[in-house]
Ligand binder design. Sequence first.
Ligand code: ATP
Length: 199
Amino acid sequence: MYLKKIEIYGFKSFADKIELEFDEGVTAVVGPNGSGKSNIADAVRWVLGEQSAKNLRGSKMEDVIFAGTEKRKPLGYAEVSLVIDNSLGELPIEYNEVRITRRVFRSGESEFYINKSLCRLKDIHQLFMDTGLGKEGYSIVGQGKIDEILSASSEDRRYIFEEAAGIVKYKARKIEAEKKLSRTEQNLLRINDIIKELE
Ligand code: ATP
């Protein structure tokens, strides 16, 4: 699995649609200060489901939409797509190429797509769970992240190792099953109460 392409429109400093194609192996993005290098990493994090404006270096989600310049009007929405090579089937979806898209409007409404079909944020999380590529994945190491990991609590550090070991999805399923079990127990209690009332 590798990132083949990023398409960005209206996200932060990218007012025009741009397409960045990547090959397998190492790619370096170079450019002067303030030219938008970190905005590309923000775009990747955002499309993978980042919900915190602060983690995207803004104060509200609307800040990711191109805010305009002296010569250009602000835009009404931002859209980013990642095209991922899945020919080895590491993502649990039967496509050799997977396209993930996120769009946000100034109203704050966000839309997610997997291969152009509308989906929930939860579907994106599930798709990338345990691959290391999700929004919490260790594949994006931001400035200051290494220090953060070294000074993180042992519990937070354990989460990083669990994601790398590929067991996060089982833990998530366990939590869901426990919630269902607890709901069923509540329902059983209620049924028993009704039976007692009827007796
Ligand atoms: P450095 O090398 O200094 O870290 P960089 O190449 O990583 O810089 P970024 O931080 O990615 O640069 O880009 C910063 C630029 O993005 C700033 O000029 C800022 O004005 C612009 N920018 C951020 N958000 C928006 C937005 N919503 N609309 C327009 N421009 C924006």
